[in-house]
Design a protein around this ligand. Structure first.
Ligand SMILES: Nc1ncnc2c1ncn2[C@@H]1O[C@H](COP(=O)(O)OP(=O)(O)OP(=O)(O)O)[C@@H](O)[C@H]1O
Length: 282
């Protein structure tokens, strides 16, 4: 086996994580993340996505198994960014940039550029402790990108972001991958993961399952059209249902693209919630 290094990516090998005496949160998880790859990890709340990311970046140690090939520069955005300092977003980021080896001017310039792209409400002079959750998330993203990371790890990065930042984040992920960085992110919404990742996984019962994305040659996607069966039909939050990769809501109907293995489960769920199946194309 070749020695792992920055060039060949980061690898989790048979990683198991057990907190105290409880059942393992992760059980024998193996994952290789190569430079230029964008790995999206979906899964229900509490299934172990954050735990997996913390092990990947080195914040948490596996109970057993190993992590190899982690590059020198790792950008990490935790699920909750503790933004409560008195200093401004720009001052904080400039300071972080200097810690990461940039000169003051370069750090300030990069901080300003990132906050501008992410459209920090109130501007870069806003104090950290006055930031809303979404704006704190923007600062968290900026600190992870001050220096081009070899590995960028993002825990539910879209949560709380407004439309401008949503788009900017998708672009920043692509740019990082194009520059040779590996990106790993989580989101509980299958559609968001599929839309932004080149490789899609799902954590179920502590295990990591590789999933086809809509762009993969082997992916089988079913197209489903549903209409409300009556006035009592409740609209589930379609994008978060397992396997859903695209949603188009029309007048009195909804068209979904769903990964084929999840199609029957989705139809069953829709019917139980008062919807009729108008068409299914596989
Ligand atoms: N430090 C800890 N000590 C004990 N249990 C923990 C710890 N961190 C996480 N857990 C538990 O491990 C399980 C997985 O948590 P984790 O945060 O990794 O899940 P997640 O998929 O990221 O969930 P969410 O999407 O809700 O953030 C949960 O049951 C959680 O309560």
């Amino acid at each position: 086996m070749p020695a792992m290094g920055e060039d060949s990516g980061t690898e989790l090998r048979e990683v198991t994580k057990r907190y105290a005496a409880s059942a393992p949160v992760l059980a024998g998880v193996s994952l290789a993340v190569r430079p230029g790859e964008v790995v999206g990890i979906a899964g229900a709340n509490g299934c172990g996505k954050s735990t997996l990311l913390k092990i990947l970046v080195g914040l948490s140690l596996p109970t057993s198994g190993t992590v190899a090939g982690r590059p020198d520069v790792v950008g990490y955005v935790p699920e909750r960014f503790p933004a409560h300092g008195r200093i401004s977003a720009r001052a904080y980021l400039t300071h972080m940039g200097r810690i990461r080896g940039l000169g003051r001017a370069a750090a300030a310039r990069r901080a300003g550029e990132l906050l501008d792209r992410l459209d920090l409400v109130g501007g870069p002079g806003t104090g950290l402790r006055r930031l809303s959750k979404g704006n704190a998330q923007k600062v968290a993203l900026a600190q992870a990108l001050l220096v081009a990371p070899g590995l960028l790890v993002l825990d539910e990065p879209w949560s709380g972001l407004d439309a401008t930042a949503h788009q900017a984040l998708a672009e920043l992920i692509k740019e990082t991958a194009r520059a040779g960085g590996a990106v790993v992110f989580t989101d509980h919404r299958e559609a968001v993961v599929a839309a932004n990742a080149s490789a899609v996984y799902r954590v179920v019962d502590g295990r990591l399952h590789a999933r086809p994305g809509p762009g993969d040659a082997g992916a089988r996607v079913a197209h489903v059209e549903l209409t409300p069966a009556g006035a009592g039909a409740e609209a589930p939050h379609w994008p978060t249902l397992p396997g859903v990769v695209d949603v188009a809501v029309g007048e009195g109907s909804v068209a979904l693209a769903v990964l084929d293995p999840y199609c029957d489960e989705l139809l069953f769920h829709a019917i139980r919630n008062g919807w009729s199946v108008a068409a299914v194309r596989r």
